[in-house]
Design a protein around this ligand. Structure first.
Ligand code: FAD
Length: 425
C-alpha cells in the first residue's frame, strides 16, 4: 500500500494487485495490544534492531525515517502515541492505519485490484515488461514486489514473490520461521507455560561453544521458550539447526549475583528464618511455578531447608540457578512465526533504490528481502522505508515525464501523454 501511494504521489500511474479480498489483512489480524508501527530510536538504534540486513536498510531508514513516518501519518490525520520505545496509533487500532492508507490510495487515484493474484512476472532482455494475473498479461514498465515472506500464510504471504525472484535467477537466502518460540528437548512440564522471567542472562551455545550473552525477558509457552530475546535469536537458531549444529540456551536465573557469591547468598538467606525452604528462597527471584522445575533440573529437594540438602544437591542447585540449560530441537512453524528469516539476497538489490541488479524495472520492498528485525516495531518501519525508497525510484522516470509534459503542454500534450509511464506496486 505504501509503495503504491508513494509511486502515485510521485506522479506515476499505479495499479496495486492484492490476492486477498481485503487490503492489509496482516495488519488487521494483529493483536491490538502488541501492535506498533515504528520504533522510537534514532537511525543507529533502528539499524541495530535488525539481526539481518540492518546495514542494508541504512539509506532507506535515512530517506524515510521513523520520525518522517510519524509526521507523514499525522499530516494524513492519524496521531501517534508512544508506549515505551514504540509508536502506535493514538486509538491503538491497526485498522485505523489500514483505513487511512486505503483512503490515501483512493485519493491518489491508484487502481486497486483485490482478489487478484499475481501469477508471474513478464521479463524480456533482463527488463520487466509486466505481470500475469487472472491468466492475463498486463504491461508495466516498473513492478515493485511487496509480497512478504512465508510467515502466517493465512494472511496471504505464501512466498509467491520469492518464487518469482528465484525464477528470474535471484539468489534466495534460505528461509526459516523468524521471531518464533524455540522448542526444547527438556520436558517443561505443565507448570511452566505462562511463567515469565523478567530479567535473566541468556547465553547461546553452539556445538558446546559459548557465543553471545544478552539480558532479557523469557516467557515459557507450551513445550517451548519465547519472549523478545528468544524470538530475536530464533531465525539464527533455525539456520544453525539446519546446518546440523547443536544449539543450547543457558539461562542465568540470578544474574546480579556472581557464581562465587551464590552459595553465601543461600546460606545467609537460609539463616534468617528456620522454616524457610529452598523454594521460598528461589521464589525471591523466580516465579513460583518455576520452583518445581528447578527441583527437577537439579535433583535438589526444594521443599527442604537449604542446610538439609546434601552437598551434591547444593552443588547441583547452584549450577542450575546460574546455568539452566535447554537443548533446542527446533521452533514453531511459519504459522507461529511473526516474520520470515531469509529472502531475496541483498547483494543483488540496489541499496539506494531497491531495484533488482538482475532485472531492470523490478523492485523489492518489505519482508520479501533478506531482512529480519527484532520485536519492537522494526519490521514494519523497514517495510515502509523500503517501500518508499523503491516507489520513489520506480516513479522517477514517470516524474521526469510528467514535468516534461507540463513544460511542453501547449505544443505537444498528446506526445507527452503517450510518454507517461505506467508503474505497478
Ligand atoms: C502476529 C504478528 C504481529 C506483528 N506485529 C508487528 C508489530 O507490531 N510491529 C511490526 O513492526 N511488525 C509486526 N509484525 C511483522 C509485520 O507484520 C511484517 O514485517 C510486515 O507486515 C511485512 O510487510 P510486507 O508488506 O513486506 O508483507 P505482508 O504484510 O506479508 O504483505 C504481503 C501482501 O502481499 C500479498 N500477496 C502475496 N502474494 C501475492 C500475489 N501473488 N499476488 C497478489 N498479492 C500477493 C499478501 O496477500 C499480503 O497482503 C507482526 C507480524 C505478525 C505475524
Amino acid at each position: 500500500m505504501m509503495a503504491a501511494i508513494t509511486a502515485a504521489e510521485c506522479g506515476a500511474r499505479v495499479t496495486l494487485y492484492e490476492k486477498n479480498p481485503i487490503l492489509g489483512k496482516r495488519l488487521l489480524m494483529l493483536e491490538t495490544e502488541d501492535f506498533a508501527y515504528t520504533h522510537g530510536g534514532d537511525v543507529e538504534q533502528l539499524v541495530e534492531g535488525f539481526s539481518r540486513g540492518g546495514e542494508f536498510l541504512y539509506p532507506a531508514l535515512i530517506r524515510f525515517s521513523n520520525q518522517a513516518w510519524i509526521g507523514y501519518l499525522e499530516k494524513l490525520g492519524l496521531k501517534s502515541i508512544s508506549v515505551e520505545d514504540r509508536f502506535l496509533p493514538e486509538t491503538g487500532k491497526p485498522e485505523d492505519l489500514v483505513n487511512l492508507l486505503s483512503d490515501e490510495l483512493k485519493k491518489r487515484g491508484v487502481e486497486v485490484k483485490i482478489s487478484t493474484k499475481t501469477q508471474d512476472l513478464l521479463v524480456s532482455r533482463k527488463k520487466i515488461q509486466g505481470l500475469v494475473a487472472h491468466n492475463l498479461e498486463a504491461k508495466y514498465d516498473r513492478v515493485i514486489l511487496t509480497t512478504g515472506g512465508l510467515a502466517r500464510p493465512k494472511t496471504g504471504s505464501t512466498g509467491d514473490g520469492l518464487s518469482f525472484a528465484e525464477k528470474l535467477r535471484h539468489n534466495i537466502i534460505p528461509t526459516f520461521p523468524g521471531l518464533v518460540p524455540l522448542k526444547t528437548l527438556e520436558k517443561l512440564g505443565n507448570e511452566l507455560p505462562g511463567a515469565v522471567l523478567k530479567k535473566v542472562k541468556l547465553t547461546l551455545f553452539v556445538d558446546k561453544e559459548r557465543q553471545e550473552s544478552v539480558f532479557g525477558k523469557v516467557k515459557f509457552v507450551s513445550g517451548a521458550i519465547a519472549g523478545p530475546t528468544i524470538l530475536a535469536m530464533s531465525g539464527k537458531v533455525n539456520r544453525l539447526l539446519s546446518e546440523s549444529k547443536s544449539v543450547e540456551i543457558s539461562l542465568d536465573l540470578k544474574p546480579d549475583t556472581p557464581r562465587e557469591h551464590l552459595e553465601e547468598w543461600f546460606k545467609a538467606e537460609a539463616e534468617k528464618g528456620l522454616n524457610v525452604s529452598v523454594g521460598d528462597l528461589l521464589h525471591t527471584f523466580i516465579p513460583g511455578r518455576m520452583i518445581p522445575v528447578v527441583g527437577r533440573f537439579s535433583g535438589a529437594r526444594v521443599y527442604k531447608g537449604y542446610f538439609a540438602l546434601s552437598s551434591l544437591e547444593k552443588k547441583a542447585l547452584l549450577i542450575v540457578v546460574k546455568d539452566m540449560r535447554f537443548n533446542i530441537t527446533g521452533s514453531g512453524s511459519y504459522q507461529d512465526a511473526l516474520v520470515t528469516s531469509g529472502g531475496v539476497d541483498l547483494s543483488e538489490v540496489d541499496i539506494d533504490t531497491m531495484e533488482s541488479k538482475l532485472v531492470k524495472g523490478l523492485y523489492f520492498a518489505g519482508e520479501i528481502l533478506d531482512i529480519e528485525g527484532k520485536t519492537g516495531a522494526y519490521n514494519l518501519q523497514a517495510a515502509f522505508s523500503t517501500a518508499r525508497t523503491a516507489a520513489e525510484a520506480a516513479a522517477k522516470t514517470t516524474k521526469r515525464v510528467v514535468k516534461k509534459k507540463a513544460t511542453v503542454k501547449k505544443t505537444t500534450t498528446k506526445k507527452a501523454k503517450k510518454a507517461t509511464k505506467k508503474a505497478t506496486a
